[in-house]
Design a protein around this ligand. Structure first.
Ligand SMILES: NC(=O)c1ccc[n+]([C@@H]2O[C@H](COP(=O)([O-])OP(=O)(O)OC[C@H]3O[C@@H](n4cnc5c(N)ncnc54)[C@H](OP(=O)(O)O)[C@@H]3O)[C@@H](O)[C@H]2O)c1
Length: 180
């Protein structure tokens, strides 16, 4: 089982606007579940992991984005009404959540959806295997940074050749070499 993070990021390094709209949503021609090689990325994945701030907006989405996936949420509090009953919350923190992922009886991969704080928390305990970024052809000027400004970033190593998509986006895939 590998834990794979993947984020859409603006040219200037933001994953969301300052009011929390994901950079991907701002990208012209973005089709959820289709663009930027997502179907190939999600093949072999049967669980998603995310921080509370990424999970909550999905509750109001017209279509549940993770149908058929096991959902794990990093939060120190209970989930609100309306959250799927089978979403797993481990209030003991990231290590407890990763332990539960590893003991779920599947060797398939886990998509770490985000956001930056959740990715950092998983990297910090040595459990992040790879980080993929899709650099989108747009500038945001301000917003939520790919890595939390107050957190030590890990060393990374490019895993494969960058891939360019028709809309001008570029996919970069890194192995996490040393944890923060
Ligand atoms: N561009 C993309 O592809 C993409 C993908 C995903 C998200 N995003 C954007 O990312 C933003 C959210 O990112 P975020 O970093 O603010 O939030 P996040 O990582 O989604 O969630 C952070 C929350 O996780 C909980 N948590 C529990 N234990 C933690 C720990 N040890 N370390 C860190 N968090 C812990 C905390 O909630 P409690 O207070 O409940 O403990 C914390 O507030 C949104 O604007 C979203 O649009 C962008």
């Amino acid at each position: 089982m590998r834990i794979k993070a993947r984020m859409g990021v603006s040219i200037d390094g933001f994953v969301a606007t300052s009011d929390g709209v994901p950079a991907l949503i701002k990208a012209q021609h973005f089709v959820p579940g289709q663009s930027h090689g997502y179907p190939a990325f999600i093949k072999g994945v049967d669980a998603v992991l995310m921080g509370r701030n990424t999970f909550l907006p999905a509750l109001g989405a017209p279509e549940w984005p993770w149908a058929g996936m096991e959902v794990f949420v990093l939060t120190s509090r209970p989930l609100p009404d309306g959250a799927p009953n089978d979403a797993v919350v481990a209030q003991g923190g990231p290590q407890e959540l990763v332990d539960r992922l590893r003991s779920r009886g599947s060797d398939r991969d886990v998509h770490l959806v985000g956001g930056p704080r959740a990715i950092h928390a998983v990297a910090e305990i040595g459990a992040l295997d790879s980080l993929e970024v899709v650099v989108l052809p747009l500038l945001l000027g301000d917003g939520v940074r790919l890595w939390p400004p107050d957190a030590t970033p890990p060393a990374t190593h490019l895993l494969r050749e960058p891939r360019v998509f028709p809309d001008g986006s570029v996919e970069l895939t890194y192995r996490i070499v040393s944890q923060p």
